[in-house]
Ligand binder design. Structure first.
Ligand code: ZN
Ligand code: ZN
Length: 460
């Protein structure tokens, strides 16, 4: 009798230890966030997600990732971050994969079962002491064996459930790493206008952001910005993660990412949120040209609508890659069939088992919510939370203001490194003639509809 009790108690203790080896995120179904202290004394709440370079990434209550540099962390929390990183590396064979552990209903049922067994055994032993129970019902070897088997089953479930990632994240290793040959073939048609390279984590696209197609014509709501080449190169290249992972709760593009790109088109032009930075549908209010693009405050050309014209002759190639790592296709499935219904993120799992988005001609055009995990800039809170890493545009001149009732009627290259834009207000025409040299000296000549001309030179 005593042996059974000892065995029972020892099993409960050992399985309890096995089921939550520290760093758990949920307790009784409630998310518990850790508090991290910075050198400055500031405290941030979030659970360890991963470490990249010398940055710690934490996951907050709503699935947002925030990051802090190691330099900012208090000595104690820096040690903790490094310890967790080392442990994770050991767990995952060195891959940057976040596996979290949680209490689970299976554990709960185990505890109930163990408690009932204890009660049962207690009653039996009392009866035995009082000689109420015939010898045949006494705990014998077969009863002990039965108890053992029950524990083996309970332990199996406790361990199995404990390795499920927290809050519904699918373990990243379920999604195959994107082949760089697939990315190469997607971007190949737009070389040498762009350059690509990759490392273990990212596929990089270096580009000037200027497409081969014409720009600007068709805009009826214009802020007087014009396209100039950007230096999306080197460490400021576009970065597409090679190992996507599903987000705990995909962030909607209605309430997030009003700043920065959400995807990069296969011709190297960034794709921004369908809503402009005032939350309006940029396409519907006439801000976009005939190719779905326009220029930002840094004279940076980008799309807000889906560049469906990039889907190749057969319309089967990806038109873009989202910054969560998933491909964006045009109006057909990659196999050539009609597009399957889209989910709230504006995509679905393809025949190859991998998620992809589709571009469409109506809102949200490209991405409804970010299906994959992305890191966001802690310095730009939602809805302006831009995705990191992000390539940044650099202005050559101060941003201008909207020009009422102007419609852009023509845009053409007038020499190498020189463009001329024509706009119309009523029956009168105005012009922007501009050029630049290899040292980033920009000259803008603005000729208004009254014929007044002003030239300004800027050094970027
Ligand atoms: Zn824009
Ligand atoms: Zn599809």
């Amino acid at each position: 009798m005593k042996t059974v009790f000892t065995f029972l108690l020892a099993s409960i203790v050992s399985i309890t230890l096995m089921a939550h080896p520290g760093g758990h995120f949920e307790q009784d179904g409630k998310l518990i966030l850790n508090t991290w202290t910075l050198k400055s004394g500031e405290e941030i709440k979030g659970n360890f997600s991963h470490v990249k370079g010398d940055r710690l990434f934490l996951e907050g209550m709503d699935g947002h990732l925030v990051s802090r540099s190691f330099d900012e962390l208090s000595a104690q929390d820096l040690k903790l971050a490094q310890f967790k990183q080392a442990r994770m590396a050991a767990l995952n064979g060195g891959n940057e994969v976040s596996v979290k552990r949680a209490y689970s209903p299976a554990n709960l049922s185990f505890y109930v079962m163990a408690f009932l067994l204890l009660v049962l055994l207690f009653i039996k032993s009392r009866r035995k002491d009082r000689q109420f129970v015939p010898k045949a019902i006494n705990l014998n070897q077969s009863t002990q064996a039965a108890v053992g088997i029950m524990f083996a089953i309970a332990s199996f479930y406790a361990c199995k459930k404990a390795i499920v990632t927290s809050a519904g994240t699918t373990p990243t290793n379920i999604i195959p790493k994107t082949r760089t040959t697939f990315l190469d073939s997607s971007f190949a048609d737009y070389k040498p206008g762009l350059e690509t390279r990759s490392d273990a984590s990212y596929y990089y696209v270096a580009t000037s952001g200027i497409p081969a197609h014409n720009m600007m014509v068709g805009i009826t709501s214009w802020q007087q910005q014009v396209p100039i080449p950007q230096s999306y190169t080197g460490s400021n290249s576009w970065s597409i993660p090679l190992q996507p992972s599903y987000a705990v709760s995909p962030l909607s593009t209605k309430t997030n990412f009003m700043k920065g790109a959400v995807a990069v088109a296969v011709n190297g032009v960034p794709i921004f949120n369908a809503l402009n930075n005032r939350g309006e549908d940029a396409y519907l209010i006439g801000e976009l040209d005939n190719w779905g693009g326009h220029c930002g405050r840094a004279d940076d050309y980008h799309y807000h609508a889906a560049p469906m014209h990039l889907s190749g002759k057969a319309g089967l190639k990806p038109i873009a890659f989202a910054l969560d790592g998933f491909a964006v296709y045009g109006s057909k499935e990659p196999e050539g069939t009609t597009m399957e219904p889209l989910d709230i993120c504006h995509g679905h799992t393809g025949k190859n088992g991998v998620y992809h988005y589709h571009g469409t001609s109506d809102y949200p055009y490209v991405i409804g919510a970010m299906k994959g995990t992305v890191s966001t800039d802690p310095l730009t809170p939602a809805p302006e939370n831009q995705i990191l890493p992000q390539a940044f545009a650099k202005a050559a001149r101060p941003a201008l203001t909207p020009l009422r009732d102007a419609t852009i009627t023509d845009f053409k290259s007038t020499a190498s490194n020189a463009y001329s834009l024509t706009y119309r207000i009523g029956s009168k025409y105005g012009y922007v003639n501009y050029s630049w040299d290899a040292l980033n000296k920009f000259s803008f000549t603005l000729i208004d509809t009254a014929g007044k001309s002003v030239t300004t030179v800027y050094q970027r």
